[in-house]
Design a protein around this ligand. Sequence first.
Ligand SMILES: [Zn+2]
Length: 257
Amino acid sequence: MTCKICSSRINLFQRAIILNKYNVDYFKCDRCGFIQTEKPYWINEAYQNSINISDTGIITRNICLSKQTAVIIYFFFNKNAIFLDFAGGYGILTRLMRDIGFDFYWYDLYSKNLFARGFEYAESIKDIELITAFECIEHFVEPLIEIEKMTKITKSILFTTELIPASNPKPEEWWYYGLEHGQHVCLYTKKSLEYIAQKFKLQLLSYGSIHLLTDKYINQNYFTLLIKFAKYIAPVIVSRNMKSKIHSDMELIRSRK
Ligand SMILES: [Zn+2]
């Protein structure tokens, strides 16, 4: 077996029990540190509930991410363009971004759109400025194929994933392995993300668990500063200068009937 990111040789790293019953092998790449499970034969079962029951942080995380996304778009991208929330789950982020004033659309193969109905992405929607892909690249069985699909839509992808801590925790020592839901089949290091950036000839910016791949030049310190202080900057600068779509969306939906 080879690394799904850099094609180097991988070694058996650990074994762990997924979904309380499957004994699964985890492999680690010598070169980029990326960890992948064996072929995930349990995946259909893992997605019986696409939003896993232990995800108690879902609302707080989306509110926080909406502010971080808002500042990144506002300061680095065309704020009047169209955006796509890939693997958008229940549509919480799409709705929050529209509430601030950004023209966001929802896309998800596995989840039901509950909060952003009427704003589903279709391939006819062109000129996407940026994709957000939060908490999904660790779910990809073939990450490079999925990322390549995204880069065909836009060269700017803002995404989150927790990076493997330097202490190299075993599956039972780190919550992000998600053994109880079995959906996290890929775990990344900064180095593995750098390989991805290199492969698609993009710049990687990274702060904590939030990362941006883009073909634009963006200063890393500026990126860090904006992410760090997004909760103050978003309401004071971004929301005040954007026009919320709460009302206009209601009128738009009503006019469609
Ligand atoms: Zn590798």
